[in-house]
Design a protein around this ligand. Sequence first.
Ligand code: GDP
Length: 656
Amino acid sequence: MRVIGTAGHVDHGKSTLIAALTGVHPDRLKEEQEREMTIELGFGWLTLPDGEEIGIVDVPGHRDFIGNMLAGIGGIDAVVLVIAADEGVMPQTKEHLAILDLLQIPSGMVALTKTDLVPDAEWLDLVEAEIRESLAGTVLANAPFVRVSAKLGTGLENLLETLSKLLKEKPERLDLGRPRLPIDRAFSISGFGTVVTGTLADGNLSLGDEVLVLPSTQKGRVRGLQTHKKKEEISIPGSRTAVNISGISLEDIRRGEVVIKPGQYETTRRLDAQFRLLDDISQPIKHDTEVKLFVGASETIATLRLLGAEILNPGEEAWIQLELRDPIITVRGDRYILRRPSPAETLGGGVIIDHQPKGRHKRFDERIIEKLTSLAEGSPADVLYEASLANGADTLSNLIRDARLEEADAQEAVEELFVENKIFNLNESGALHLTDALHHESAPESRTATHPKADAMQFSLKDFVIATTHWDALKERTLNMVRAYHEKFPLRRGVPREELKSRLKIKTKLFNAMIENLLKTEDVDDAYRSVQLPGHRITFGSTEQAKISGLMRQFDANPFAPPTIKSSTEEVGEEIFNALLALEEFVQLSPEVVFRKSDYEKAIDMLREYLAKNGKITVADARDLYGTSRRYVLALLEHLDSQRVTMRDGDFRKLR
Ligand code: GDP
């Protein structure tokens, strides 16, 4: 699912354009309607000409509300930079463009609005040429232009088609199995409680998920999910998501916090980062400057420490460490923006290199600078881990190939990921005594582990591994499904394996490996090709019990000529009858015939006794022995043949 965002100077026609495209005016607040200006984030969605539905975040263009702009712009896939043809590039156009560039927004276009206000096309050509110059060297350098007038309704189709083309070229957001929803709005709806919205990243959220809001550490559960005002059972990465959370009240959370699943993220108050100071800054930056940090939807005061310089001049880059006043959630690779608190000004930004640095770095330490440089490039373990997150469950050899690692680096990287419990070996149910086959068998000297904690660790290239976050999420999803199935079908032993697999929508190889692991760890039990939670028992209520007693009376009356499967099913209902079968109350002899287990055992005893005396038996004799009809006797004898109790010899049966 994709989300686009708007950007641009105040009054250049962003909200009007979105209203023209969606039919919904995104300016929600009354104050805005009165002032005709977006100050909060506005949200909407639309359907592109190719049928794809996309979310829209309309950000405020006014300089006083740049914090709101930043809260919304982070997770978008493409931006529409709105520039009014009669005014051209204005201060907030420039500031927004700088921000889009620092955030490395994946793609974008320029909408030249209010074209009805300029005299002719030549004028438009001039304005466009001027804009092109401003875009040079930024992420939007090659962005397409579309001329529109919301007033006349011209150019709108072209705009949608251009967007559609832009998005088609970009891959969908990855599911990394570790969802996070930076909260850009929080409100409460009477009768439902707390609702938060944001652009979901890095994983799915499902109904019933236990969630944690960080940094306030409020615990809750997903009670409802919506995307584009439609109810969903599951919300996917990249979608505008509204989550109704039970167990958390509105007063306890605020914008900028992040909804996650417990155990998947930790807060931080110190960051190492790569930083670029913008070109047109009013003055250089000194060490220990107080700044405002924007990452995700969060905003906090921080102290900027220059690790390798005394002073930073406009346009320069540096390694920095940020000491935050308040804890936030962010991870390596996230993009951030720094602003000067006063006078308010966007300073620059960059990418987070380490979100949990070991401590406060000494300045001008070459080793630290070197370490940050190599971290920025990504260690082999990082790269391998990224491959694992992207590929889902895969063999080690595929991951190493996709990560393009050298053999020696791969060995170390795999060990590191196992030791740090970042990947899980599905072949060995997590136990780390695998055979080290990364190196050829002919080179036994290279079998020693290189990681200090990894002496006993061995693995095979063929091992099927999965990122631990994916594994935990899959396990949780599976167990929730089985639990829900038990609730819905209390009279069934468990979810048939095939059904579970198709509902999980995972490949057979992963499914089988997963079930094997869950059986080993006793998270589930095996029941008749079904999967059940340990300790799940079928229990009947009193009405069900009464129906069963009625049926059993008929079996009592004629144990060897009992009701057929069809009539039993009609009598008690399919659900109960299947439950009795699952509980092994019955033995099925043929597609039509069942005996109660005790009657079946008695039938075998009677037959053994008869055969001990007479040696052999015909169908007719057996019919007399049981006082039943030919149909039941045939079903019984054929079943006993197949069970290798008896064998056929012409018209006779003998003991095998
Ligand atoms: P925003 O601050 O960028 O969201 O700008 P708005 O959408 O609120 O528009 C600002 C003003 O420009 C409003 O008075 C709109 O009616 C007007 N406007 C927007 N689009 C057009 C257009 O295409 N042509 C003309 N003539 N006016 C427009």
